[in-house]
Design a protein around this ligand. Structure first.
Ligand SMILES: N[C@@H](CCC(=O)N[C@@H](CS)C(=O)NCC(=O)O)C(=O)O
Length: 329
């Protein structure tokens, strides 16, 4: 694990000393937008026009943030319009690499060895973490965005000329509610599992742990009477929760010590997770091999032996009971 400082790679983990042992996630730095007409987004200088074949995603199949972008790409039927490269599951002293094995594709655009070379190609003086996902512009040879929450909004609406315009995961009338759920879920759950796992003091871990499970309890109660987080259809808020839930029992319970309860112990969350998993196009975006290998194999400070647990048995294909809520939304 490492980062770039003025375009030079340094092998350095997260520093939790200044934050009382708390894991603090860095802000993503490439924040431009692809738009239908190519006009820069409000407050931005660079504009990027939506076109088929122009943009490329660099992802890890292990990463919950990158997973969001693969889900939107699949559901919006953008496979032909936007290409994808998959990094190796192991993230070590050189960060994400383009080693080709176990379904990782290498870097088809430049034949790079490391993802940090893609960052310095975009900005030779870049300082910061080298994260996935990356939305790359082949034409301008630059990074449009490395912020998953914004990339999924672009995939949802900017490429409708080539994708499925009939599905909208961020409909105008539900935006306020979606934003509010995203906010409730991001800190305690999506990022909360990392705050548990990367905490380096007991207190920081217990704070994150309490917030994580009180929020999961609230979501469990909500899902008793509502089929989805917002309204009567699957929205972006559900997909953002899904990528954490699907990793929870196989990885976060053990590796990140999120072990008060498993998702399997929550009747509503576990049925909801199975319903989302069974949406056509989703199962093939979930790679449990990459997920387990990456977390247990890469985080030496958390799991020094790098042994990957064999279990647990998972049943994401098993029937779910969510149709009982069809009329109640
Ligand atoms: N806010 C970013 C977070 C992305 C992120 O942290 N990705 C992780 C993988 S799960 C990563 O690449 N970490 C490398 C590092 O922090 O050095 C987003 O949502 O896109």
């Amino acid at each position: 694990m490492g980062l770039l400082v003025d375009g030079k790679w340094h092998d350095k983990g997260y520093d939790t000393k200044k934050s009382g042992g708390r894991f603090v996630r860095s802000e993503s730095q490439f924040r431009d937008w692809v738009t239908t007409d190519g006009a820069p987004a409000t407050g931005r200088e660079r504009g990027f026009k939506a076109e088929a074949g122009r943009y490329h995603l660099y992802v890890s199949l292990a990463c919950p943030w990158a997973h969001r972008t693969l889900i939107l790409r699949a559901l919006k039927k953008l496979d032909d319009a936007i290409s994808v490269a998959v990094v190796d599951h192991f993230m070590g002293e050189s960060g994400w690499t383009f080693r080709k094995r176990d379904g990782a594709t290498g870097d088809p655009l430049y034949g790079a060895d490391f993802l940090h070379q893609i960052y310095t190609r975009a900005d030779p003086a870049y300082s910061g973490r080298v994260t996935v996902p990356v939305l790359w512009d082949r034409q301008g040879e630059t990074i449009v965005s490395n912020e998953s929450s914004e990339i999924i909004r672009m995939l949802n609406s900017a490429f409708d000329e080539w994708g499925d315009a009939s599905v909208d995961f961020y409909p105008a009338q539900l935006r306020a509610e979606i934003d509010s759920w995203n906010e409730r879920v991001y800190g305690p759950v999506n990022n909360g599992v990392y705050r548990c796992g990367f905490a380096t003091t007991q207190q920081a871990y217990e704070e994150a742990f309490a917030e994580l499970f009180s929020t999961l309890d609230e979501i469990e109660a909500h899902l008793e009477r509502h089929r989805y987080l917002v309204g009567d259809r699957v929205t972006e808020a559900d997909w953002r929760l899904f990528t954490t839930l699907v990793r929870f029992d196989p990885v976060y319970v053990g590796h990140f010590k999120c072990n008060l309860r498993r998702i399997a112990d929550y009747p509503n969350l576990s049925n909801y997770l199975r319903e989302l998993y069974q949406v056509p196009g989703i199962a093939s975006t979930v790679d449990l091999f990459h997920i387990k290998q990456h977390y247990y194999g890469s985080h030496e400070s958390v799991n020094p032996t790098r042994i990957v647990p064999v279990g647990p048995v998972l049943d994401y294909e098993a029937p779910h009971d969510r149709a009982r809520l069809r009329a109640a939304a």
